[in-house]
Design a protein around this ligand. Sequence first.
Ligand SMILES: *Cc1c(COP(=O)(O)O)cnc(C)c1O
Length: 823
Amino acid sequence: MLRALSIDQIAEITRGELIQNDHIQKISQIAIDSRQVSNPEKTLFISLVGAKAKGQDFIPALIDLGVRNFIVHKGNSLKRELLAKANFVLVDDTRKALQEIARYQRSYFEKPVVSITGSNGKTIVKEWLGQVLSQAYQVAKSPKSYNSQVGVPLSVFGIDAGHQVAILEAGISKTGEMAALERIIQPNLGIFTNIGSAHKEGFSSQESKILEKLSLFKGSDFLVYCKDQELPASIIEQEFSADKLIAWSDKAGADYTRSIKIQDVGAKIIFIKSDLSTMTFHVPFSDPASLENITHVLVGAMTLGLKPELIQQGLNHLKPVDMRLTLKPGVNDSLLIDDTYNNDLAGLKVALDFLNLQRPKKRKILILSDLLQQGTAAQLYSEVAEMVKSHHLDQIIGVGQHIFQLESFFPKQFIGYSDTEKLLDELNPEEFSNDLILITGARPFGFERVVNKLQQRIHGTTLEINLNALTHNYNFYKSRLKPETKVMVMVKAFAYGGGSVEIANHIQTMGADYLAVAFTDEGVTLRKHGISLPIMVLNPMEESIDLCHQYELEPVVYSPAFFKMVSNYCQAHDSKLSIHLDMDTGMHRLGFEEKHLEELGLLLEAETRLRIASVYTHLVGADEEIHKDYSLRQLKLFKKMKGKLEHLLPSSTLFHALNSAGIVAFPDFQMHMVRLGIGLYGVEVTGKHASSLRSISTLKTTISQIKTLEPGETVGYSRKGSLPEGGKIATLSLGYADGYDRRFSNGKGYVIIQGKKAPIIGNICMDMCMVDVTDIEDVKAGNEAIIYGEGISLKELADRIETIPYELLTNISARVKRIYYLD
Ligand SMILES: *Cc1c(COP(=O)(O)O)cnc(C)c1O
């Protein structure tokens, strides 16, 4: 942070009301997540409300930890004793307060601030520009893709006095958001990458989306853009005075006219400036998207006055950026966090925080290389040490020359190696078991080799789950709910195929209120892996009530007989149990019917050991407009049943009815809670908001072999497939035993290879299937094939074989490895 602040200053900046109890050190760190506090006495904790867990609930624990400064919402319900224990600034809007502090800090940075916005490529342009500029300057940049209303302020706090240029990414999803980011960033130089159709929903038109994004640059000295993108270019040229604009184009007439020569490796980019001077750069790639991104970087760097020789030096080290932080199954039940592209403190903090969010394991281990950040090593590594210390690691393995500085801070935990080869020689995977291992290193250290050595051998097919997309979808539904409506997330059936434990852990960190599983065993697994949220069990068997009791799981009770059984169990064991009551309003699956309510009423009156946590019903056709009347009748009946039961139940009993489709279709019936399922996993079944959700999973496999077929030869069992003209087929290591539906046989399904469709040929076998790749050039064994994910929607695939996305998701076999990442 640029300026340490006193609590009075904070109150003034945020125009908050100050309750001061403690005169202590100035504040130099800001936290919004209780697990990320590393220096309690110097930290200001801002309790944000909204989709994340309610920050306010953590305040007592933070006070115990030593935090003494808080910003909380004015209408908070904190007890008076608590308010007397620390300094509190009360504000109307805590997020706004966070932004105001960032704006204040920004105003003290006198060096250039570059800001990047647009639809695609923001993060890559930011990273590459950072790599290029670091040839000459100390660069501060947003970590990962921290570009939101909260991410931007946090990025600003990463700037300190030693930095010579800051690069901040800005992303918005609806009208009105950019004004807040503009106030904070105040960019000197803007880069507008491009415009796509993502997030259409938050804007009234393409023009209004572009205008909103451009408002970021209203006070900038310069704006870099591509003149060949017609709509944005025409708006830019209308809105900004010409002397600010720096255009590049593949045609003549721009400030920088670009021509490209593709070479054996990479490409040559030649610019002709308006004064007819030229300059040439070599870049290590040749695909159009990377070339567009790097052109923004080159023009941006030249505008900042960086010499072409230095720019070229930066390009020589450039690698395609994979910003993903990936969670992978490791040897002996360990869990790996793969962060093999990271070279600075800001990135290290994100990775360490992610480590802390994982469920508990035996040991926490960090494998870390030298940081490639400029600055004096002693200062840098004492900051690293401080950061590492607050994350309580059991072992630290360092690789490089400077990293040895950590040894004096951690004499017991630290082991160092001068290079990655030495580490690989000595690394014995058998020494790890049930550990959580963060592997984070700068690119030149090639830490992917370390990951390879420690990861569980992965069978050719993997299901990759994007945890950021999961958060995005959760927030989409949360934004449609009243703030007080609770969310139960359905993680039944292995979390709709995604893998229940990791997903449940992520949901828990997002601040959901409840989880639900189908069977008791599923709940037991979650508990054994450290999941602590309340868990409802939809279909408990009589014999599993004992387990429910033992693992604090809450069974659904759906008939008078079952109620009596559970009640008798509690009598016999002198114990209590929380339960949920299922009302059948038209599903006719399980549940109390209206005619049972009298008997239920008597049972409830006599009952003392069972706590009724909630009462719910389930809609049979919330996703389909034609069943709207039926759904409304169900909801009406549920309200009537609620009326009959309410007076027999404690006021804390939650009533709920809506599933994912219901949240969208019947917003007036949220009651106390909703039950979110398929929508979280990226499928919007009503079809109304499909573009607002992100696909969370990608199912991938590899090509085992390529074969050439003569005309008339057949493929696979029963000779079902053939290519009349002959051609080329690829054999994939994916079959119906992996959950790839056999109904996709004989051209019903297809996969994507090199961006092109490859139809299934012949019958799908148990562990393999064959696809026609006649029209796809240079396919090789080992190439990747995408079964579904971004680009092939589950809905479309489901329609092709006349089923529903739920079935495709939940069919993926347990032998397919799930890996999780943050992008
Ligand atoms: C599965 C299930 C849900 C979730 O339904 P989605 O359509 O996946 O949102 C909600 N309630 C009950 C009782 C369920 O069984």
